[in-house]
Each structure stands twice: as C-alpha cells, then as structure tokens.
Design a protein around this ligand. Structure first.
Ligand code: AMP
Length: 369
C-alpha cells in the first residue's frame, strides 16, 4: 500500500497527515507560522520540521489541498510548472486561500523533488453542477471576463460523505441521491445526484450560503453598497467584517457553536436568535435541494457541528414528517449512522467526514496513467 503525505496549508498553519494505505502513520499541526513564539518561522521551516520528525521513506506522492481550482481544474492534478502558474493566476479569485497552498507546493517541490506532487481542489467535485446551477443572472460580459460564477467548496468532504452515505444505505452510489450538510467552522450544503454534485451553497468564494462561525453566508449584495455608501466603511473593512466578524461571532460574540448552545440553554436571547438563524438557513437549503433532486434517499450531517450536535440536527429537520423526514431522538442522541426511524422514505444520517483520507485517495488516483 503506497504512502502519501497530505498537506493542508493555511496562511499561518500547516496540517499534515501521512497515510500508509488507509492507515494514518503520522499526523500533526504546525501553528502560528511566522508569529512570535509560533511553531515555525515560515512554510519552508514548517515543512522541514515535518520531514525531520516523520519518516518519509518510500513516499509515493504528496497531496496538497488547494481551495480554489477556478474553471480549469475539475480533477486531482499532477503538479508541474504549468499547473503552478495556473493556480497562481487564480489568486485574485481566492486571495485569502490559494497563496498558502502555493507556498506549500513550492517548498514541497524543492524539498522532495523526486516525489510526485498532486493538487486536490476543494472546487473540483462541483464541476458537474449544470450551467443553470452555477450561473448568476448578472451582466454576462462581466461574468465571463472576470470568471464570476458559482464554484462551490468543501468538495472533497461532500464527495467522501456522499459515497459513505451510499455505503450506509447499502445502495450503489450511482443510484443514490443525497443532501450533504458539511457543518464545521465553514459550512456548506450540497445536492449529490448519483455521486455527482448538482448544487451547492458556496459561490465564488467560501463566503456564500449557510451561516458559519465567522462568515455571514448569503446576504443581499446591497448590504455591501449600503455599508460603503451610507456607513462610509472602506471595502477592505467590509470584507473583514463579513468574513471574520459575521456569522455566529457577529450575532453573539462567540464563533464556537458549543458556547452559543450553552448560552441558549441558559436562556440568552442573542444566542437563541443566532441558533434559530443558523438552523433556519440550513433548513432553507434542505428544502431547495429536495426540489432540485426530486427524489432524495438521505440527508447527511457531517463535520464538527454536523457530527456532534444532536440539537442542531433535530432543530434543522423538525416538523418535516409530511416530506418523509424525521429524526429519532434516541438514535440522534447516540449519533448512530442512521438517526431517522425505520421505514421513513428519506434516511437521516450522521457520517464523519475525512477530507485528508479523500485527498490521499485522490492523489493516488491521479498517479494512475
Ligand atoms: P470543524 O471545522 O469541522 O472542525 O468544526 C469545528 C466546529 O464544530 C467548532 O467551531 C464547533 O463550533 C463545532 N463543534 C464541535 N463539537 C461540537 C459539539 N459537541 N456541539 C456543537 N458544536 C460542536
């Protein structure tokens, strides 16, 4: 079984995991890179640290998580100079995300020149969404010139979790329709038809769609004009506000849902409203994707909140029995794989995600000629 090192580089962190086959033989997180008292001075030092502390003998590939693949990348891609140049050209589409992956790629290519490097894109799984699902009704020439459309993110998670859901239901993936709800710090919903993404909630960036820890999710774009023109905020400040001081933290001051749930339990009205807004948005997407798919086999919860919060799962799907959706309280509390009562037309599932394992598998697949 081949060894693959998976690297997930953020602007100030590197998460790594070494796979021997499907087994994890080493993993770690290097944090606060470049900050005083941090684990490393830069990405190069971080990778050097990994290479010194982990035995990388016989490595078959390095799999890099890249957030934005733009219109070109719809598959895991073996990295060469041409691919690097294309990912660089995508930085304007993903200024907050792609530069970190690029520095990880540059350093890994230098330090491990004989090992194939593979880019696995968060957007790639959504390449199958039909044109009407990715096109916004704005001036066509502007959209074309500036590559403005829905791309969608969390693709490795939605791909992995929808396939796992088919396994849980003991159905072939090709015949299984799933609504996957990835609810973590970032959050997105996806409609998966026979293993292919046909709709997703994030857009040009990971900012749209569901309410998140620090991001607003969907808002009327006029909010931006209003904050600029009437409130007098510069655009950079508006961006920071909507990406870092919005979502749960914007509504409550806490970005961790656990804290919000505790405050709600104690009767705090701010936390109660934030919880209701959070669940209501997920519910709206579930309704939309039921209609997009027409026939749905399962609704699957995953990631930090989806896997660990029975309260969110129950509130999100409450009162939908007439649509064939229900949550069994005991199964939900125990986070069983299927938490709906037996015999319901639509199964409700809880499936842990594993983006790194999926990146390792996709990296191996990219090595096949
Ligand atoms: P992730 O990005 O998938 O690691 O998810 C992280 C988020 O999951 C955290 O911000 C928490 O808000 C949330 N989370 C983790 N455990 C729980 C829990 N037991 N109940 C509610 N939320 C949780």
């Amino acid at each position: 079984m081949s060894r693959v090192l998976v690297l997930n580089c953020g602007s100030s962190s590197v998460k790594y995991r070494l796979f021997d086959g499907a087994e994890t033989s080493a993993k770690g997180l290097i944090e606060r890179i470049g900050e005083e008292g941090g684990d490393a001075t830069d990405h190069r030092a971080a990778l050097q640290h990994i290479m010194e502390s982990v035995d990388l003998a016989g490595l078959a590939a390095v799999g890099h998580r890249v957030v934005h693949g733009g219109p070109r990348f719809s598959d895991p891609t073996l990295i060469d100079d041409d691919v690097v140049a294309d990912v660089e050209a995508l930085v304007p589409l993903a200024p907050l995300h792609n530069p970190a992956a690029l520095s990880g790629i540059a350093v890994a290519r230098k330090l491990l020149p004989d090992v194939p490097q593979v880019a696995v894109f968060d957007t790639a799984f959504h390449a199958t969404i039909p044109p009407e699902g990715v096109t916004w009704a704005i001036d066509k020439s502007l959209a074309e010139r500036w590559q403005i459309r829905r791309y969608g993110f969390h693709g490795t998670s939605h791909a992995y979790v929808s396939r796992q859901t088919a396994k849980v239901l003991a159905k072939p993936v090709e015949e299984t329709n799933v609504i996957t709800l990835h609810l973590g710090n970032g959050a997105s919903a996806c409609a998966v038809e026979g293993g292919r993404s046909v709709a997703t909630s994030m857009g040009l960036s990971p900012q749209g769609g569901l309410v998140m820890g620090t991001r607003s999710g969907d808002i009327d774009p006029t909010v931006v004009f209003h904050l600029h023109r009437v409130a007098g905020l510069p655009l950079d400040e508006i961006e920071t506000s909507l990406t870092r001081h919005a979502g749960l933290v914007g509504l409550t001051g806490d970005n961790d849902l656990r804290a919000v749930l505790e405050r709600r339990q104690a009767g705090d009205p701010e936390a109660t409203l934030a919880f209701d807004v959070y669940c209501r948005r997920i519910r709206e997407y579930v309704g939309a994707y039921l209609a997009v798919l027409g026939r749905v086999d399962a609704i699957t919860f995953t990631a930090g909140v989806g896997e660990n919060s029975p309260v969110v799962r129950a509130a999100t799907l409450a009162g939908l029995e007439s649509l064939g959706i229900a949550v069994d309280p005991e199964r939900n509390r125990r986070a069983e794989r299927i938490i709906s009562p037996d015999g319901m037309p639509i199964a409700v599932c809880v499936v842990p995600t594993d983006e790194e394992l999926e990146i390792a598998d996709q990296s191996r697949a990219a090595l096949q000629p």
